[in-house]
Design a protein around this ligand. Structure first.
Ligand SMILES: Nc1ncnc2c1ncn2[C@@H]1O[C@H](COP(=O)(O)OP(=O)(O)OP(=O)(O)O)[C@@H](O)[C@H]1O
Ligand SMILES: O=C(O)C1=C[C@@H](O)[C@@H](O)[C@H](O)C1
Ligand SMILES: [Mg+2]
Length: 176
């Protein structure tokens, strides 16, 4: 099987949905953020705070090179992985790209816990909403590079997985 690569904004469910999808397919599950944390021995907010975003993006690119060399895996990316065109090219070569989306209110609700996502680290609620809106707009063309998209706003993770499986079966990527 080709890899199944999940892209999309923070809080769209790449990690939670990817894990369930991998279980259903009997495939390996690789979460880029978790792999980077293990490699660096640090949580992502600490990497951003102590080493800076450029350092994180370089580590992210090296991890993309590593996971894209695998097969039979569900790969959940980080929300900003698609900012580097070289990452998108590598992931595209390695498999099928599925984008998860959600509306702004849903994203704000799902990412409400503090201190986990440095690029959304804003004290004021209005600032946080504006940061999400601006970043989504900026990144929309990047997420649109996917082969297939699912709006997860009103779906459970299991329903999202069912939609992805239906697409993959229709395309002959996986068998029924
Ligand atoms: N379809 C869904 N319905 C309801 N809650 C969801 C759904 N998908 C994810 N969640 C919840 O939203 C939160 C964020 O999900 P998750 O960490 O999987 O997002 P992500 O896309 O991996 O984000 P990041 O880019 O920051 O890694 C989690 O608490 C998760 O349980
Ligand atoms: O959207 C982003 O830029 C990020 C999303 C997360 O998955 C992490 O990769 C990190 O917090 C950066
Ligand atoms: Mg994630």
């Amino acid at each position: 099987m080709k890899n199944i690569v999940l892209i999309g904004f923070m809080g769209t469910g790449k990690t939670s949905t990817g894990r369930v999808l991998a279980q259903k397919l009997g495939a390996a599950f690789l979460d880029l953020d978790q792999e980077i944390e293990a490699e660096e021995g640090m949580a992502i907010p600490a990497i951003f705070a102590q080493k800076g975003e450029p350092y994180f993006r370089a580590a992210e690119h090296r991890m993309v090179e590593r996971v894209a060399a695998r097969q039979n895996a569900v790969i959940s990316t980080g929300g900003g992985t698609v900012k580097d065109p070289a990452n998108v090219a590598l992931l595209r070569q390695s498999g099928v790209i599925v984008c998860l989306t959600a509306d702004v209110d849903t994203i704000l609700m799902r990412t409400a816990s503090k201190g986990e996502r440095p690029v959304l680290d804003k004290e004021d609620k209005g600032d946080r909403r504006r940061a999400v809106e601006t970043l989504i707009e900026e990144r929309r063309p990047l997420y649109r590079q996917a082969d297939f998209s699912v709006d997860t706003s009103r779906l459970s993770p299991l329903q999202v997985v069912e939609e992805i499986l239906h697409y993959l079966k229709t395309r002959g990527v996986v068998h029924a």
